[in-house]
Unconditional design. Structure first.
Ligand code: BGC
Length: 242
């Protein structure tokens, strides 16, 4: 089935029509900047521009950076605070006139990685961590998603972990890669100690910069870099709509 997958992020809103059986994008993906402030109306209008770009009239699967319960955003860490309790499915389907289904963005990326990427056929406990503007997580047991985990929001030294070791934190305080890797490794160690995963997959923006830090990570758990890169969120959001 072909579905328009949309990945709403802290800095960009990306989309492409996806063949959900093969995981392939049917055309080149299209990206627009996330509006500032990223209010519900402004973001919904940007998604409408994506829909118009693809002249799309079918279903839309959306990945959104918040806890999502029954289509409703329950948190708003890297988007405008006014998103809390907004019915994202309803807002986007009314704005675009396309049937919409929303899922947490990291859960979407994890679904795609487990089906078509580095997590394919992996059994046991698999934890995907996406590192970009925020830190997202997706937890799987025998390939089945346990939705809405928010490991990027674990407290560390009085602040949430994503403020300590997201990619935007690295840029904001101008951390050298080895300093960032030390912080990120501490975060992963904590997850290893508390969840005992069989595999940790690292995705999001830092996935394509692995030569800067991967050799500096040291865990007992197997760690792998996601292979679908930036497209995972789009593909997984589309798959979740089927
Ligand atoms: C949000 C998560 C999201 C992650 C990555 C965090 O700030 O709380 O829901 O998955 O950022 O975008």
């Amino acid at each position: 089935m072909n579905i328009l997958g949309v990945d709403i992020g802290g800095s960009g809103i990306k989309g492409a029509v996806v063949n959900t059986v093969t995981g392939e994008l049917l055309q080149e993906r299209f990206r627009l900047d996330t509006p500032i402030p990223a209010t519900p109306q402004a973001v919904a209008s940007t998604v409408k521009q994506l829909v118009q770009h693809f002249e799309w009239k079918g279903k839309i699967g959306v990945g959104f950076p918040a806890v999502i319960r029954k289509g409703i955003a329950k948190t708003a860490a890297n988007v405008d605070a006014s998103w809390v309790n907004i019915d994202v499915d309803k807002l986007i389907s009314e704005t675009t006139s396309c049937e919409t289904n929303v899922i947490n963005d990291a859960d979407a990326a994890g679904i795609a990685e487990m089906k078509f990427g580095i997590g394919k056929n992996k059994k046991g406990v698999v934890l995907m961590i996406t590192v970009g503007t925020g830190i997202g997580s997706a937890l799987f047991y025998d390939g089945k998603l346990i939705p809405n985990t928010e490991y990027g929001h674990l407290f560390y030294k009085g602040e949430v972990a994503e403020k300590f070791c997201s990619d935007s934190a690295r840029k904001k305080i101008d951390l050298k890669w080895d300093e960032w890797a030390k912080r990120f490794n501490l975060f992963l160690k904590h997850l290893e100690r508390t969840i005992s995963p069989d595999l940790i997959i690292i995705g999001g923006g830092v996935a394509k910069k692995q030569e800067k830090y991967f050799h500096l990570l040291s865990l007992d758990t197997e760690i792998k870099i996601a292979t679908l890169e930036n497209n995972a969120g789009i593909v997984g959001a589309a798959m979740n709509m089927v």
